[in-house]
Design a protein around this ligand. Structure first.
Ligand SMILES: Nc1nc2c(ncn2[C@@H]2O[C@H](COP(=O)(O)OP(=O)(O)OP(=O)(O)O)[C@@H](O)[C@H]2O)c(=O)[nH]1
Ligand SMILES: [Mg+2]
Length: 486
């Protein structure tokens, strides 16, 4: 069976770099953009948001639907000329995505019609929306916080069901709630600390030291739990990159083909068949798994074959980019100098990448065991399996082993959160500040002022995750990665 590979989402143009773009525009402008993918489709949706949305639509939309209806059928017109038969959905502020008056025009998905309708909205007072500007307005109008806004982008670019679920959890506020709970309790503790600073002689609001420390412990634990979920979150979003390595003819390309369920790479019994890297991504247990087949590494390269030499060079380069290495041995023969050459290369490279060892060709008479490998190769294996790339036995177990590397457990499947590197760094800052707060309180006498300073630093970092007091350039960077129309 062929495994599902990924379809690249055709988002409307994404602008990668610009400076403080949103700040240069008036947020009172009414904006318009295509919110569905560019190209031909049955239906395309154009969105209008801002004070003038209803007014602009009244100029270009003729309908017989009753005025109180939210969804109206009619025609987009330029003067008396009909441009398309459409359905318009009206959303009245403040209960809309952006918090402003918003209209969604569902038109026929022909690029010519899309352009005509968009141009009509611009002609009548709207301006083209910047990337992510609808979500940016939603953030500005307090409909969502920054972590929720970032999750919108993560949801759109999710490549598997589980990563979409994680992004949805963050988008619906589950990450923000955890951060807010820690932050709010911390603010409470800071208040106690400040009161004792301001009124050292009064003991009405006095909080004993052990109570302060135990509260700090619970915040530290909460932050550590969030930080621990980062690795899984990263894997859910970006996937795992597994690189198959081994000497020539060991079955690397056969393994790639069997995992994919199709003949992607050429397989022959001629050593040195694969001379370039071949990469494919599959959905493996809900995680995007990118598998790279490489040119086999051997001591003697046929001098005629410069291509093979370059292929081996590339293999060595690609190894350093792997999250996990799948190292194949031919179990139908003894270890040879080519296996040892690879071992030598890996030992010298000091890469610290987990390795899954594979005794391939398990369908043939076995001449090599795990003990033989461990005796000659002193590297640590994350796991060691026996399989037949040709027949397929043991291949599912290999995928399960790779999945274990993600560190997720099935029990927490529904609770995954989308935590990005910005959140990670801020959580890390908050954690360090709280550890310092705790150390200061427990080791120094009358050190409440320093402890309080560190606790406030932690609060500031947590605020930034939620988008409170965030610098404009950070907002620009975040929203500029969005699609236009979102
Ligand atoms: N019996 C058996 N033969 C296998 C198995 N895996 C691969 N082979 C055979 O081994 C030979 C080499 O297989 P490839 O998949 O091309 O090996 P490779 O490691 O990609 O080789 P290079 O591209 O030259 O580095 C082919 O004849 C395969 O059919 C297996 O599990 N069992
Ligand atoms: Mg090959």
């Amino acid at each position: 069976m062929e495994r599902s590979t990924f379809v690249v989402c055709k988002c409307p143009v994404i602008l990668k770099s610009f400076t403080s773009i949103y700040m240069n525009y008036l947020k009172d402008d009414t904006i318009a953009a295509l919110s569905t993918a560019v190209g031909k489709s049955a239906i395309a949706v154009i969105r209008l948001s801002g004070n003038e949305s209803f007014c602009i639509i009244n100029k270009i939309f003729k309908t017989h639907s009753k005025s109180e209806q939210r969804v109206k059928h009619g025609y987009i017109v330029d003067g008396i000329e009909k441009k398309d038969e459409v359905v318009c959905t009206f959303f009245k502020a403040p209960h809309t995505y952006t918090g402003e008056d918003l209209v969604e025009i569902s038109i026929h998905g022909n690029p010519v019609i899309i352009n005509e309708v968009l141009n009509l909205t611009y002609k009548n007072g709207a301006r083209p929306a910047e990337p992510g500007e609808f979500t940016y307005r939603s953030f500005l109008n307090g409909k969502i916080d920054l972590a929720e806004a970032e999750a919108v982008c993560a949801l759109i670019s999710s490549r598997t069901g589980i990563s979409a679920k994680a992004a949805l959890n963050s988008m619906s506020g589950k990450l923000s709630l955890k951060v807010k709970n820690i932050r709010d309790s911390l603010i409470d503790l800071i208040a106690f600390m400040e009161v004792s600073l301001d009124h050292p002689d009064e003991d009405i609001l006095f909080l004993p030291l052990n109570e302060k420390l135990s509260r700090l412990d619970s915040y530290i634990k909460g932050l550590q739990d969030l930080l621990n979920s980062y690795k899984t979150s990263k894997i859910l979003q970006y996937g795992i990159k597994a690189v198959i390595i081994g000497k020539p003819n060991v079955g690397k390309s056969s393994l790639l083909n069997t995992i994919l369920g199709k003949n992607r790479a050429i397989v022959t019994d001629i050593a040195g068949t694969t001379t370039d890297t071949i990469e494919e991504t599959i959905d493996s247990y809900g995680i995007p798994l990118t598998i790279t087949d490489t040119a086999g590494i051997r001591t003697h390269t046929n001098t005629r074959n410069l291509i093979e030499f370059l292929g081996q060079k590339k293999t060595k380069e690609i190894i350093s980019e792997a999250d996990i290495l799948v190292w194949l041995f031919d179990s139908s023969c003894k270890l040879d100098k080519n296996d040892l050459k690879i071992a030598n290369f890996l030992e010298k490279s000091n890469l610290n990448i987990p390795i899954v060892g594979i005794l391939n060709k398990s369908d043939l008479r076995q001449k090599l065991s795990l003990d033989d490998v461990s005796e000659s190769i002193k590297l640590n294996f994350f796991a060691f399996l026996s399989l037949s790339a040709k027949i397929g036995t043991g291949v599912e177990e290999l995928l399960k082993e790779i999945d274990k590397f993600s560190g997720r457990s099935d029990d927490s499947k529904n609770d995954f959160l989308m935590i990005n590197s910005r959140h990670y760094n801020l959580l890390q800052n908050a954690l360090e500040s709280l550890i310092k707060t705790k150390q200061t309180l427990s080791t120094k006498k009358d050190a409440d002022e320093i402890a309080c300073f560190e606790a406030v630093n932690a609060q500031v970092a947590l605020n930034e995750i939620l988008g409170i007091n965030v610098a404009e350039d950070i907002l620009d960077t975040i929203f500029s990665t969005f699609c236009i129309g979102k």
